[in-house]
Design a binder for this molecule. Structure first.
Ligand code: ADP
Ligand code: MG
Length: 676
């Protein structure tokens, strides 16, 4: 289509309107055609006064004016016109701020009026209305689009602009291969654009929207999939020497999903194409092991590996784990955080630069500027949702086309994963390691706390450990601390001989770490904590998670916290203690937690409750420019687009076949759009 036309060509769209259009993202006529009406105003049927009801007070009909009078109101002199419709029912028209209508609204004249009426002492009144000489002008018999507005823009101007743009760009070419329209019952594009702005029925608007949304999703998936290496080039590759050694040293065997994920990563690495892979697996599914295994693969090939975790606590835990599992295989490991300073930092940086460190584990200190590598080939990001896109990019740039593995325990519903992570390949750990028993969850009201404390006491006698968690309110204010501290005192009295510790984010990092070590070594039996322990901590003998004020936590946090237990073959328990009264939303969250331990199910629920914007915030706004499609609106449509895109790329990656020419053109247009 002709992309050159400017919105200022529309009659009545002057200099002032230009800026207002721009704030809606409309610069060209093509932008206008792509602006989705936010709603429609259905004026199809003539509605007489007696058709108006409280729930649908709109009228659209012919009236005859009978008389007029004036009265004073706050807005000055106000004109009041009386009229009747074709049934002879009376209407009072109140022209607030429209005294100028006086010269036109003369008794005896006939008009078409559109608006919403109110009944006042048995008389219909209208004060917000459009009044025109003809049915056509009043829009009666049509469905009118309602657009988002900005500044001086009016719906009237927007409608004119849409009609003008459609006319100027007509005929808008098809974006899809001919056969797809029929097979998927879509509208041809010229018609679809016309119908999204000026539909003649709600069904038509619906079909137009479906067409445009589908097209948008298809093009996005296509542009991503075409850049991804084809599976044909992949070479299956075997575990390397060190990997086999690690596998032999483990007291258990990998789950099938762990094996498959490791295979996929290895294939990517050996295929010589830059890997960007998301490893999704619910809490406790064993993602770390997949990371270590594939790290060994890279190291065996002479590459360096960087492993980044969101907190110092977690980074330390991983470093300890790596020291235990990987050092015996001859892997040279280093640990870096912001608190590594001075001479030890200098030596560490030098070893990275020289390549005498194989694996470095750390926090975001890893992407500080002075960190450089000799041959960084593999970057692993734990709990990837805790990092920003820029932070991930910064680390990637330190390597030369390094493979990237992003791990996440925040399960993303499939529909979202397909779109938000369209530029990633995805591996999923769905199965849990053998012998795991689902955590049993109890909702505990005020009156039943005692029972809960004694159940936990029984677990202590069995030599099992527990967490007691208090919510973090706001930004770690003093009051939260008081809560945890008084809780700590309370529990000490409750369990007089059981060793415990208080852990919260105000403690210096080395203190946090030594507490965690003592807990792992069972010198401590329970921790009283704020949600610092939310992410990643792995202590197999901890079997009780007590969450106080559970009503104040979000679903994702609750799921993460519960994931701290049930990490071995021991039966384990999660107590969600709440304090009434609680909101409906909180009630919904707690009952979902009781109902299921399936992270995917919980994520879908979370999506329903909070909407995708909040969950994926940054990623969604930074990466997708969707005009017609909504990610959660129609999961089926997203999947349909993905399937079609996969088929097309399989059959005609270059889009060279004649029937795919429309797609090739539309993709080019889309790319041009995104560059603007
Ligand atoms: P997450 O996926 O939540 O990061 P981790 O990687 O921390 O989970 O693993 C959780 C626990 O499960 C760890 O203690 C780990 O050693 C253990 N684990 C991992 N894989 C297996 C397996 N195949 N069989 C048994 N236990 C396993
Ligand atoms: Mg983990």
């Amino acid at each position: 289509m002709d992309r050159a036309g400017r919105i200022t060509e529309v009659p009545g769209a002057g200099k002032k309107a230009e800026a207002d259009f721009r704030s809606l993202g409309v610069v060209t006529l093509s932008d206008m055609v792509h602006l989705r009406p936010r709603a429609y105003d259905d004026r199809r049927s003539e509605r007489l006064l007696s058709d108006a009801t409280v729930s649908d007070p709109s009228i659209a009909c012919r009236i005859t004016l009978l008389g007029r009078s004036e009265f004073s109101s706050r807005s000055g002199r106000t004109l009041k016109v009386t009229a009747e419709d074709d049934d002879g029912v009376r209407l009072e028209i109140l022209c607030f701020n429209r005294y100028f209508l006086k010269s036109q609204l003369v008794p005896g004249s006939v008009w078409y009026i559109y608006g919403k009426v109110m009944k006042n002492r048995g008389i219909y009144q209208i004060s917000s209305f459009e009044i025109k000489h003809t049915r056509e002008e009043a829009g009666i018999g049509r469905i009118l689009p309602i657009y988002p507005l900005s500044g001086s823009l009016t719906e009237k101007l927007m409608r004119r602009a849409a009609a003008f743009a459609l006319e100027a760009l007509s005929p808008i070419p098809d974006a899809l291969p001919d056969e797809m329209y029929r097979r998927l019952s879509l509208m041809h594009h010229d018609e679809a654009y016309r119908c999204i702005h000026f539909p003649s029925s709600p069904e038509e608007a619906e079909k137009a929207l479906r067409t445009l949304a589908f097209t948008e999703l298809l093009l996005m998936e296509l542009s991503v999939l075409r850049e991804r290496p084809s599976s044909a080039r992949r070479t299956p590759s075997k575990p390397s020497r060190k990997e086999l050694q690690l596998l032999q040293s483990l007291p258990f065997t990998l789950t099938e999903d762990q094996m498959k994920a490791a295979d996929e990563i290895r294939e990517d690495m050996d295929g010589g194409v830059p890997m960007n892979r998301l490893l999704q697996g619910d809490v406790g599914s064993g993602k770390t092991l997949v990371a270590w295994l594939t790290a060994l693969h890279a190291i065996d090939k002479g590459k360096q590996v960087a492993f980044m975790a969101p907190t110092e606590l977690l980074a330390r835990q991983h470093a300890d784990g790596a020291a235990e599992l990987l050092s015996p295989l001859g892997v040279r490991i280093a640990f870096i955080t912001g608190s590594v300073k001075g001479e030890s930092r200098r030596l560490l940086l030098e070893s990275l630069r020289k390549g005498t460190t194989d694996l470095v584990i750390g926090t975001h200190a890893l992407f500080s500027e002075d960190v450089s590598f000799r041959n960084l080939g593999y970057v692993i990001i734990d709990e990837q949702h805790r990092f920003g896109v820029q932070q991930r990019e910064a680390l990637r740039k330190k390597g030369n086309n390094a493979a990237i593995l992003s791990m996440t325990a925040t399960p993303i519903p499939r529909s979202l994963a397909l779109t938000l992570f369209a530029d990633y390949s995805v591996s999923v750990l769905r199965s849990m390691p053998k012998g795991r028993i689902p955590v049993r969850t109890y909702l505990v009201s005020e009156g039943r706390r005692e029972g809960m404390y004694s159940s936990v006491g029984v677990e202590f006698q069995r030599g099992h450990q527990a967490y007691f968690v208090y919510p973090r309110i706001g930004d770690e204010g003093e009051s939260d601390l008081k809560d945890v501290i008084s809780m700590y005192d309370f529990l000490k009295k409750k369990y007089p001989d059981v060793p415990s510790a208080l852990i919260h984010s105000r403690l210096p990092d080395d203190e946090k770490m030594s507490i965690l070590r003592s807990f792992r070594e069972k010198k401590l039996m329970y921790l009283v904590a704020t949600s610092v322990i939310e992410v990643g901590i792995d202590i197999p003998d901890a079997t009780c998670m007590v969450i106080e004020h559970a009503e104040r936590f979000g679903l994702a946090a609750l799921h993460q916290l519960r994931g701290r237990v049930g990490r071995s073959t021991l039966p384990s328990y999660c107590f969600l203690a709440f304090t009434s009264p609680i909101t409906e939303e909180a009630k919904a969250r707690l009952s979902i937690m009781k109902e299921t331990t399936d992270g995917f199910r919980i994520a879908e629920k979370d999506l329903e409750i909070r909407g995708p914007g909040e969950i994926m915030g940054e990623k969604q706004s930074g990466f997708l420019h969707l005009r017609f499609a909504t990610l959660t609106g129609d999961i089926q449509l997203v999947e349909e687009a993905r399937n079609e895109a996969e088929r097309i790329v399989r059959e005609d990656r270059g889009l060279l076949k004649a029937e795919n020419a429309p797609l090739r053109m539309a993709l080019k247009d889309m790319k041009a759009d995104q560059q603007e």
